[in-house]
Design a protein around this ligand. Structure first.
Ligand code: E4P
Length: 232
């Protein structure tokens, strides 16, 4: 087991489910389902929401219990460290997302020494994931959908990373990102991944089943116009 003094995302039973959006209305709506453990963002997501980064993070932190993941934009070590430190001022539970580049890993090492919550994102290889874990990153985010787009097997890459982390007892959270559909999500659950981040649409797709609708309609038909049992 690693004896980490660095920040780790609070342990909880089971898998963590984050929402991958900066749309406050969708976050509020999804949070009502009771399953959202935090929110991930990236520059594309924040831009699509028409917000500034600080504005997005503070708005999200207002409506969600749990970490808000905010990506750094700098591409040099000093700039990354400065942004990750600065994000800490925006809200209580902000985790910096740092791309898996050489300056990114160097910045991560610096931030670990300062106890600034930070992890590795835009991850496309097991080697990068091993560097993140050795750096005691708060999380590692392999990009499932984009790995598939590149002709690789995104879910299998996550499965292998999770296996390596479990084997060595690394505390870095495996956070599967770029999840495009429920088929990928279910395969990730089967792989025992620590955490997934889902778009609100993919989360919404977890709910309906035609047989559930059919079953409910049958019960309602059987009950007819007898009203609510609580009023009997
Ligand atoms: C979240 O942390 C990632 O930035 C996001 O899931 C990437 O998803 P995309 O491949 O759909 O852009």
């Amino acid at each position: 087991m690693s004896v980490a003094s660095f920040y780790h995302i609070e342990d909880m039973r089971g898998m963590k489910l984050y929402l991958d959006t900066a749309d406050r209305d969708r976050i509020t709506e999804a949070a009502r389902l009771g399953v959202v453990d935090g929110v991930t963002t990236n520059p594309s997501i924040v831009t699509a929401a028409g917000l500034g980064y600080r504005e997005a993070v503070t708005a999200i932190a207002d409506v969600v219990d749990g970490p808000v993941f905010a990506q750094v934009l700098a591409d040099d070590v000093e700039g990354i460290v400065r942004e990750a430190r600065g994000y800490q001022e925006w809200a209580d539970d902000v985790v910096a997302k740092i791309p898996a580049t050489r300056p990114g890993f160097e910045a991560l090492a610096r931030l670990r020494d300062e106890d600034v919550p930070a992890g590795t994102t835009v991850v496309f290889s097991i080697e990068q994931a091993v560097l993140a874990a050795k750096n005691d990153a708060s999380f590692v985010a392999p990009y499932v959908g984009r790995l598939d787009d590149a002709g690789e097997d995104g879910v299998d890459t996550v499965r292998r990373i999770q296996h390596i982390y479990d084997t060595y007892g690394f505390e870095t959270e495996v956070l599967a990102a770029s999840v495009r559909n429920t088929t990928q999500a279910v395969s990730l659950y089967e792989a025992g991944v620590d955490a997934v981040t889902l778009s609100p649409d993919v989360l919404d797709d977890h709910v309906p089943h035609p047989k559930t609708d059919e079953g409910v309609a049958g019960f309602e038909a059987a009950w007819g116009d007898r009203g609510s049992p609580i009023d009997e």
